[in-house]
Design a protein around this ligand. Structure first.
Ligand code: CFM
Length: 553
């Protein structure tokens, strides 16, 4: 029995290379201790027939001195989860830089014409602009003033306050200030202890954001809105207009969006999210906590969906229709897919011959490195290597590994809310029999398979990739395109390789849904078939003395 497995192992190659050797090469120039640590985060993917994949180390501290792609806890809380909500005044309590750098750089869009008051505070940068004075004597007074000033100028329905590193260090109590101001102003004011250093990455900030939104907003309004099939879309942030395309498709299918967390969202929609019939999770990493807590408190089930990729979009729509099980909806969804797909296929027919066989690498956040593999597959492109910046093992290996994840002191730092069924409002949307029947038919309730089971044998999966590893992967494989963020963009281009930002989409998008898929095909076609970057000479090619990485080899 051992023989076939051995055979399989010896045959694993990646783009004509031995991925284990590549891994050794990546680790080669690290000090022994660092190499040992990084070795656990660089994994050659192997899927056994039972879909077991190797364990990957993730959600652990970056080794000091290694250049990481990661952001901070504040970024995950304020920038990612709460930032896209247009009618909450989000005040950064801290030095001005934190507010400034989280000010719309993510290209999350919104449509303020859809709410009656037309409030849109996303274009503003609210900050307490802490100075030495506050660091020494405390910043609570200045924070109270800032909340008052924001209220006087804008009269928002809600104000949220985000703590930055110095706030945690000097001990300002943002929650008590918020509580006082809430009583004084009579509007919802709530705070987040999301100091940048609070976790190992943005991921901690997501959890903190989820907790506070759940405690302070969800469930405040029991109004049941009209609509036959009511959904919440969780973990979709309307980057480059993605949510607009998803909303267009939902409207065509007759699906009612009660709330989105938090692309193109309004605080009022969060407040009655608990009245929906089903939660859809797009980005599992950033928001699975809200889905879990809503299920416990209100009985709302959740399924994982993906609207990145035309086939993935069709599949997700079919899952939704199957959940409701209504013939009318199933037919309408099929009709919409049948109408949308020809445009997608026509585009692919022209583009795919030019993109097929090309090779991509994706190193992004906590979900896109997986989702965008769908679009590349549609283009006939292979993903040689992928990884997340800050995901956890369940995002790589699937939720079935959750019980085996060790909770370390960094994770313990983040509050785990204790949630119980709401005495009045808990109502399971389906009977246990119906749920069992749907599960049997393959409805993946409360489940996510993760990225690795869907990647090829032998692909290199790298968590929290470092700049050195990035440079080495580019040198070794010379992929046709590399996807990451703004911090990586220019070094990748200096290697002569096209670089696509999958966080902000550069200047492009939407890439979600059917119309988005066509946009993506066109953008990638232009990039992988242009030779412009290969004509560039990087500074270290012209002046070898500038080369740092390989100078001693
Ligand atoms: Fe989710 Fe995101 Fe992502 Fe993310 Fe992000 Fe983002 Fe991202 Mo940048 S919520 S994990 S923290 S899909 S901002 S919209 S692109 S790293 S892969």
């Amino acid at each position: 029995m051992a023989k076939p497995a051995e055979d399989m192992e010896t045959k694993i190659t990646l783009d004509g290379r031995d991925p284990e050797k590549v891994k050794e090469e990546l680790l080669g120039s690290y000090p022994t201790k660092v190499a040992r640590k990084r070795a656990k985060s660089i994994i050659v993917n192997k899927i056994d027939p039972g879909e077991e994949v190797p364990v990957i180390q993730s959600n652990v501290r970056t080794v000091p001195g290694l250049m990481s792609q990661r952001g901070c806890c504040y970024a995950g809380c304020k920038g990612v989860v709460l930032g896209p909500t247009r009618d909450i005044v989000n005040i950064t309590h801290g030095p001005i830089g934190c507010g400034f750098y989280s000010w719309l750089t993510r290209r999350n869009q919104t449509d303020a014409t859809t709410t009656p008051d037309g409030h849109n505070f996303m274009t503003y940068c609210f900050s307490t602009d802490m100075q030495d004075q506050e660091i020494i004597f405390g910043g609570e007074k200045k924070l109270a003033q800032a909340i008052q000033e924001a209220y006087d100028n804008f009269h928002p329905k809600a104000i949220a306050v985000f703590a930055t590193c110095p706030v945690g260090l000097i001990g300002d109590d943002v929650h008590s200030v918020c509580k006082k101001m809430k009583e004084k102003l009579g509007i919802n004011v709530f705070g987040f202890s999301c100091e940048g250093y609070k976790g190992v990455s943005q991921s901690a900030g997501h959890h903190i954001a989820n907790n506070q939104i759940f405690k302070h907003v969800i469930g405040l309004d029991d109004t049941v809105r009209d609509g036959e099939y009511k959904l919440n879309l969780l973990g979709e942030y309307n980057i480059g207009g993605d949510a607009f395309e998803i909303e267009r498709i939902f409207a065509r299918c007759g699906l009612t969006m009660i709330s989105t967390f938090s692309g193109n969202s309004s605080v009022d929609n969060f407040a009655n999210a608990h009245t929906a019939d089903l939660n859809l999770i797009m980005c599992h990493r950033s928001i699975n906590y809200v889905a879990e807590m809503m299920e416990k408190k209100y009985g709302l089930p959740w399924i994982k969906v993906n609207f990145i990729g035309a086939r993935a979009t069709a599949k997700s729509l079919r899952k939704i229709a199957e959940y409701f099980g209504d013939k009318k909806l199933i037919d309408r969804v099929e009709a919409v897919i049948a109408e949308e797909m020809p445009k997608v296929e026509a585009s692919l027919a022209g583009i795919r011959p030019r993109t097929a066989g090309k090779r991509a690498m994706l190193f992004v956040g906590g979900s896109r490195a997986h989702h965008y593999q769908e679009l590349f597959a549609e283009l006939g492109m292979e993903t040689l290597s992928a990884g997340y910046e800050f995901a956890h093992r369940d995002d790589y290996e699937g939720r079935k590994v959750l019980p085996s994840i060790k909770v370390d002191s960094d994770s313990r730092n983040i509050e785990e809310l204790e949630v119980h069924p709401d005495p009045e409002r808990y109502s399971p949307r389906k009977s246990p029999e119906e749920m069992a029947r749907l599960k049997e038919k393959g409805m993946p309730f409360s489940d996510y398979r993760g990225m690795m089971p869907e990647m090829k044998q032998g692909s290199l999966v790298i968590d929290d990739i470092t700049q050195h590893e990035t440079d080495a992967m580019l040198e070794i494989f010379k992929p046709d395109i590399f996807c990451a963020g703004i911090k990586e963009k220019y070094t990748v281009q200096k290697h002569g390789i096209p670089m696509k930002q999958l966080h902000s989409y550069d200047y492009g998008g939407p890439y979600a849904g059917f119309a988005g898929a066509v946009n993506f095909y066109e953008d990638i076609d232009r990039m992988v078939n242009s030779r412009v970057w290969s004509y560039l000479k990087a500074p270290w090619q012209k002046n070898p003395e500038l080369s740092a990485t390989y100078a001693w080899e």
